[in-house]
Design a protein around this ligand. Structure first.
Ligand code: NDP
Length: 290
């Protein structure tokens, strides 16, 4: 039985994910590096803003930080409670999950890599997809807590498998984003009405999440609202190509996409949404996708 849960990292995703926990659990601790956010969360949702030391005494501890390195540093700085489960919702590095799972096991703690998909809107609605790697018994024990913010929750394999699925998922989205930028600058160069073209494509075989939501809601309207930072997508594509290399495979499309997304990220201004990657193509072609 889970008596207490904690959420560490109240960023764009974590703030919204943690908001669902008090509906299911009486004791919900939250901690954030900028502690004012934790206090705001407590006031907004009835959670308890506590010290990191107290948060890590919960039965189930969620984290959602930018990178695996951030999680490694955090775990190294605290004393964990035997019998607890650390559920890391960061989009992280599979090898790090394997190492961390070993490290915390010696303290009697289970570690699950449990990255999420569904954007900030999915976090807000509690409809995220959660892809989980690690011990199956720990997965079953943590499931009721993950169900607070997840709709489709799958155990996909041993430690690191969740992070691997997430990296490949985001890589597929990135491939599509680059292809859409190339396809739509080409259509514009040929004088095509892009809004009408989009309607046709979204009723045809070329449609995707990028054409159905990212293109109309972020790019064509020139809004580019920041919900998922471009450097985080570049991090994910980097994890995916590392997986390709480790498997000694050749993946030219993925490698090229990683180079393009990394270049777009390097050229971007601070706090740029992932969708602004298309502006690199717009600069090259001197064509705006609108
Ligand atoms: P944000 O940048 O919005 O939030 C990051 C959070 O991590 C903040 O709470 C920040 O604290 C905290 N943090 C950053 N560095 C450290 C550190 N060194 N030690 C402790 N806390 C730290 O990121 P997101 O919420 O967008 O993303 C979090 C993770 O979720 C990433 O791995 C991302 O790839 C993934 N993700 C994001 C999605 C999205 O749509 N945004 C969708 C699915 C997955 P502080 O407030 O103090 O800065």
């Amino acid at each position: 039985m889970i008596q207490s849960v904690a959420f560490i990292g109240l960023g764009a995703m974590g703030y919204r994910m943690a908001a669902h926990l008090p509906k299911q659990f009486d004791t919900v601790y939250v901690w954030n590096r900028n502690f004012a956010k934790a206090e705001q969360h407590a006031s907004d949702f009835g959670t308890q803003a506590v010290s990191l030391e107290q948060a890590t005494q919960a039965d189930v501890i969620f984290s959602c930080l930018p990178t695996s390195q951030d999680v490694d540093n955090l775990i190294a700085s605290v004393q964990l409670k035997a019998g607890s489960i650390w559920v890391d919702c960061t989009s992280g590095v599979p090898e790090s999950a394997q190492k961390l799972a070993q490290i915390v096991k010696s303290q009697g703690v289970d570690f699950l890599d449990a990255p999420v998909s569904g954007q900030t809107i999915g976090a807000e609605n509690g409809t995220l997809t959660v892809m989980v790697g690690g011990d199956i018994k720990a997965f079953e024990r943590a499931l009721p807590a993950m169900q607070c913010f997840g709709k489709l929750i799958k155990h996909v394999g041993a430690s690191g498998a969740g992070f691997a699925v997430k990296a490949v998922n985001n890589m597929l989205m990135a491939v599509n984003l680059c292809a859409v930028a190339e396809g739509f600058t080409t259509l514009k160069a040929h004088g095509v009405n892009l809004n009408e073209a989009l309607d046709c494509i979204n009723a045809s075989s070329g449609k995707s999440m990028v054409t159905e939501t990212v293109l109309p809601q972020r790019i064509l309207n020139r809004q580019f609202p920041l919900t998922f930072a471009l450097p985080l997508l570049a991090k994910d594509t980097g994890i995916a190509v590392d997986l390709v290399r480790q498997a000694k495979l050749s993946a030219p499309v993925l490698s090229l996409t990683q180079n393009l997304i990394q270049a777009a990220s390097d050229l971007s201004e601070e706090n740029s949404d992932f969708s602004t990657a298309v502006t690199m193509y717009e600069k090259w072609s001197k064509i705006t996708i609108e």
